[in-house]
Design a protein around this ligand. Structure first.
Ligand SMILES: *Cc1c(COP(=O)(O)O)cnc(C)c1O
Length: 455
């Protein structure tokens, strides 16, 4: 019988000493980032022009284990390992034979998994002698996480926040400023990329693709300044694998093991952070674990996108990434899960999906929020709107178990809490929220404009 405790805690001694690199275990090598002009793979030197050199190295390295620097590990130990919780009250409400567990990344100081990489990126920036780092943020979780990292390691942080989120979530901006960062709404007047977009449409709602262009431009113009990204890239996924490694040890403590691992997927980092350590084990030991990435129906890069080379930003300033993409000029409708409004999926997640090693589902906003409210009323934590997508899929799987009378083990990532998202819930509860349909004509047009990388 499984241990009875619902909260499978470990103490700081069980904090992993290394991050895990899935590329060491994949059956086929992942495609490289390409130079958009020459279409040659980008090496460490070229990537170091944009990113901290230490992060550029991690981007291309496929070493299986990468040591977590001691100063980062010490900070992780302030809240890690995060709880792994058996959602017994949710199970009871669903009347399912399934066992549902969630990994509570909501417990971090800034409220989401993003802190795992924010601290690491600020640490490397300092170590590499940088004075300033720039970035974009959607819902504000990433901006807050990098701002917190900047405060810990003494690096200036400049953040471009997608305009709709900036308006919907003023307190996230406040949080970034409390940590000492600068935060402006994007598109902004402070960059050429921002001004060009505002000239076309003064009411542009912004998108992560636009904000990336602005942050890149500022980094390129600044001295001892580099750009940071909160998802999508290999090194971000690497940092997030602390989640899955802990979860694996915690599941062992309660003598259980997931049949299904679920995460919401915007750029793909929290999903792969939880899933990849389990996927590596599944590949090495030929286990039949299912991995499910859950994306919003309004921005469905895995389920509707093309798999090909595309830019990571709207102005075409990034390297070319091979990924499932809706087109870098695609602007998703203004649905509330800001962290899921990205046109592309992490190249590594896209590669693993193309290899047939994971599944993807798309769910819409209203059923996701319904799932989030059921979770809040049973388990007590108000989830981030992004995380609600994972909860929706976990509940749906548990209901399949109920219909089929199967007692499967379901593990999902609670990527963050929703304490800055109460307006979304209040709008939902008063019937003000509607699912905005995907603009099919706009999607078709954006997908028709992918750069030609000759492959
Ligand atoms: C940013 C964010 C996401 C989406 O980003 P991924 O890189 O796909 O993880 C999901 N949940 C929360 C709480 C976030 O802050």
């Amino acid at each position: 019988m499984k241990a009875d405790n619902s909260r499978c805690l470990l103490d700081a001694r069980h904090l992993p000493k290394t991050w895990y690199e899935i590329r060491a275990d994949l059956p086929a090598p992942a495609p490289s980032l390409l130079h958009p002009g020459t279409l040659e793979p980008l090496g460490v030197d070229a990537l170091s022009q944009v990113f901290s050199p230490s992060l550029a190295k991690q981007e291309v390295s496929i070493e299986r284990e990468v040591e977590i620097p001691e100063p980062v590990r010490k900070l992780y130990a302030l809240w890690r390992p995060t709880p792994l919780v058996r959602a017994r009250r949710l199970e009871a409400a669903l009347d399912t034979p399934a066992r549902i567990y969630f990994k509570a990344e909501s417990a971090s100081p800034t409220g989401s998994h993003k802190t795992n990489s924010g601290l690491a990126q600020a640490f490397y920036a300092k170590q590499d002698g940088l004075k300033r780092i720039t970035t974009e943020t959607g819902g504000g979780q990433w901006g807050a996480s990098l701002a917190y990292g900047g405060a810990q390691f003494g690096v200036d942080v400049d953040i471009f926040m997608v305009r709709v989120s900036y308006q919907q979530k003023p307190y996230r901006r406040g949080q970034m400023e409390v940590y000492g960062a600068r935060c402006v709404p994007s598109p902004s007047e402070t960059t050429e990329a921002g001004r060009a977009i505002l000239a076309q449409n003064p009411h542009h709602p912004g998108s992560l693709g636009v904000a990336v262009s602005e942050a890149l431009e500022l980094a390129a113009k600044g001295e001892k300044t580099r750009y940071c990204l909160g998802s999508v890239l290999n090194y971000v996924i690497l940092h997030q694998t602390v989640i899955g490694q802990e979860a694996m040890a915690q599941m062992a403590l309660v003598e259980d093991y997931p049949d299904i691992v679920i995460g919401c997927a915007g750029g793909g980092s929290n999903f792969s952070g939880l899933a990849f350590p389990f996927l590596g084990k599944a590949l090495r030991e030929k286990l039949r674990t299912r991995f499910v990435a859950v994306e919003p129906l309004a921005c469905p890069s895995l389920t509707r996108g093309t798999y090909g080379y595309d830019f990571g930003d709207v102005a075409g300033m990034t390297p070319l990434l091979k990924m499932h993409t809706l087109g870098s000029t695609f602007t998703p409708p203004s649905f509330h899960a800001g962290g899921l409004r990205y046109h592309g999926m992490a190249p590594l997640v896209s590669h693993v999906y193309a290899l047939g090693l994971l599944e993807a589902v798309a769910v819409s906003q209203i059923p996701s929020l319904e799932a989030g409210i059921q979770f809040a009323r049973t388990e007590g934590i108000v989830p981030a709107p992004e995380s609600c997508h994972a909860i929706r899929a976990a509940i749906d799987e548990a209901l399949v178990c109920k219909r089929e009378g199967k007692a499967k083990t379901i593990l999902f990532n609670l990527s963050g809490h929703g304490h800055f998202d109460m307006q979304v819930y209040m709008d939902f509860l008063t019937g003000k929220l509607q699912d905005e349909p995907l603009d099919e004509a706009h999607l078709k047009e954006a997908m028709g404009r992918l750069p030609n990388a000759g492959c």
